[in-house]
Design a protein around this ligand. Structure first.
Ligand SMILES: Cc1cc2nc3c(=O)[nH]c(=O)nc-3n(C[C@H](O)[C@H](O)[C@H](O)COP(=O)(O)O)c2cc1C
Length: 196
């Protein structure tokens, strides 16, 4: 598949099984992530790699975080997280090393992290792996972030589950590209996607 076909066929999936990428394959995907634009070269991306026995420990931290944020979290929500975090072949912890004191605004630093994740997802897909970026309340929990090495002002950008995808891959609907494009004629831009 050429590069455009790779980009146009990527899809998120949580139907994942072993094997996860090897260390060398993952390193290549992270190298692709580091091609993301990075205003000021602040290098805010961090990728924690969780596999094997460590998965169950992370799952317990995530469930504890969920209960910290929402003590009334339904048992089903707790079970779902425990199950996913302890069984996905690999989980990447997305850390954001942020510099609120820097002239580059934090929102730009966060977008650099997001751009890196997108490249990472595409690189995983190009290597035949499946992945999905997830967040949920634990991703916004400063206590969990600190436990994972991202004390404030650093934060988490969520997690990426990675593995070998079940096929066929899901077919998520995509808007028509032209519906989110418009020629600027001097006034406010108007898009078919907004016209219903
Ligand atoms: C920052 C961020 C957080 C997300 N968190 C979740 C999540 O917690 N649970 C979920 O099912 N999807 C989440 N998603 C959406 C999935 O990653 C994915 O984009 C969605 O399932 C649609 O699939 P697609 O990427 O093939 O369009 C998140 C996406 C982003 C960008």
């Amino acid at each position: 598949m050429n590069a455009m076909d790779q980009l146009l066929s990527r899809v998120s999936t949580d139907r994942l099984h072993e094997p996860a990428p090897t260390a060398a394959q993952l390193e290549q995907c992270v190298a692709a992530a580091l091609r993301a634009p990075d205003h000021g070269y602040l290098r805010p991306w961090r990728y924690g790699v969780v596999t094997g026995e460590a998965r169950a420990q992370l799952a317990e931290r995530v469930v504890a975080s969920l209960l910290r944020v929402d003590p009334a979290a339904p048992q089903a929500a707790q079970d779902k997280r425990r199950q996913r975090f302890s069984t996905m072949p690999m989980t990447l912890v997305l850390g954001m090393r942020l510099r609120p004191d820097h002239k580059i605004p934090v929102w730009e630093q966060e977008m650099t992290v997001a751009a890196g994740v997108m490249n990472l997802l595409n690189a995983l897909h190009a290597q035949g792996f499946g992945a999905i970026w997830v967040s949920g309340p634990p991703a916004q929990d400063p206590v969990l972030a600190a436990e994972l090495g991202f004390a404030a002002p650093d934060r988490l950008a969520g997690f990426v589950f990675v593995g070998t995808p079940e096929t066929p891959l899901p077919a998520h609907p995509r808007p028509d590209a032209t519906s989110v494009m418009a020629d600027w004629q001097g006034g406010p831009l108007s898009f078919a996607a907004d016209r219903g």
